[in-house]
Design a protein around this ligand. Structure first.
Ligand code: TXA
Ligand code: MG
Length: 319
């Protein structure tokens, strides 16, 4: 099987993208699988490579705020404030789309998700290109998102030409997705920018990340970000008791559990930013650990803890 090359050659990446090909790119959140957002045929290749259902729209990545008005038809004042406060960074804005964005990117919706990623290599790539990049997370649909170039190679290596290696993603959970309804800010996905941070810009916030099995944003599917091994969330001591005799891999915030078969500590000092950065990598290792069951600690839902808890819940969900 042909394996994708991993490297740091921006000119090569640029050439592949210009020719309608796919390149995996590092961002501060997770790795993305990118293509020319203005070329419907190139974008179709993303859906094919990921086995992604065509009703799941893609985020468009732009190099700077100057390009926003080119791809969004209307930009509310609140959106400008959020760009000023959080871009480049892990925040995606849902805005009414300009017709230059092909329908395949937005799955026929009249809004488009846009963000400026805060990774120097991808910023350099975006500034070289004459088009924005449509990019979902670079994982097979429904599986854990990749936070290193090797994660991408392991899962999609035979389906993409080139993987730009920008090291380990520093944020580790996907961008927060927000939309606008009148004066209200709607949070559609919890992510790297916290609710508390958004509250510093506006008080009128509604969190609408409720799960659904018929979503218009499948990041909100009940079962998502899921390991193959069954995962349970709860009190670790109790779950260790209840499942005595099984090979148990534990994912905990900061405590170590020597009784477990394997124990993955997200942040020994209990820091949520470190925990988020380690979350998907450790979920992946726990999945590959040979355990019968993964048990994960309940994370308190403040700051980045909300996004971490959200991802663990979706990983635990079984249809
Ligand atoms: O951090 C991130 O956002 C990463 C990096 C690569 O930028 N990207 C990412 O993309 O997480 P993806 O496709 O895995 O998740 C994007 C989510 C999907 O759940 C999709 O349904 C939703 O965003 N989305 C995109 N455009 C949308 C739109 N116009 N309306 C509603 N939801 C949208
Ligand atoms: Mg994804």
């Amino acid at each position: 099987m042909k394996r994708a090359e991993i490297g740091t050659d921006l000119i090569k990446a640029e050439q592949i993208l210009q020719n309608g090909g796919l390149v995996a790119i590092p961002t501060e959140t997770v790795y993305g699988l990118s293509a020319n957002a203005l070329d419907p045929v190139a974008v179709a290749r993303i859906f094919e490579a990921k086995d992604r259902p065509s009703f799941d729209p893609l985020i468009v990545h732009i190099p700077s705020i100057h390009f926003l008005a080119r791809y969004a038809a209307e930009i509310p004042d609140l959106a400008w404030k959020l760009c000023d406060a959080f871009w480049p960074g892990p925040l995606t804005l849902l805005l009414s789309k300009d017709k230059i964005i092909p329908d395949i990117v937005t799955s026929g919706l009249d809004t488009v998700g846009i963000r400026i990623p805060a990774h120097p290599m991808t910023q350099a790539l975006l500034s070289r290109l004459l088009f924005p990049l449509a990019a979902p997370s670079a994982n097979p649909f429904g599986y854990i998102s990749p936070t290193t170039a090797q994660h991408v190679a392991d899962q999609l290596g035979d389906r993409i030409g080139y993987i730009l290696d920008g090291g380990h993603c520093t944020v580790g959970v996907e961008s927060t997705i927000v939309g606008f309804e009148g004066d209200k800010l709607i949070i559609h996905r919890l992510g790297g920018i916290t609710v508390e941070q958004l509250r510093q810009i506006t008080d009128t916030i509604e969190i609408r990340v409720s799960s659904s099995s018929k979503p218009d944003a499948p990041g909100q599917l009940d079962a998502h970000y899921a390991p193959r091994t069954k995962l349970l969330i709860g009190d670790i001591e109790l779950l260790l008791e209840e499942n005595y005799g099984k090979k148990l891999s534990v994912i905990s915030l900061h405590k170590s559990y020597p009784r477990a078969f394997r124990c993955f500590v997200l942040s020994p000092s209990g820091e949520l930013s470190e925990a988020a950065a380690n979350l998907f990598g450790m979920m992946r290792e726990a999945d590959q650990s040979g355990a019968d069951l993964i048990i994960a600690e309940e994370i308190s839902e403040t700051g980045l803890g909300r996004a971490i808890a959200d991802r663990l819940k979706r990983a635990a969900y079984r249809i």
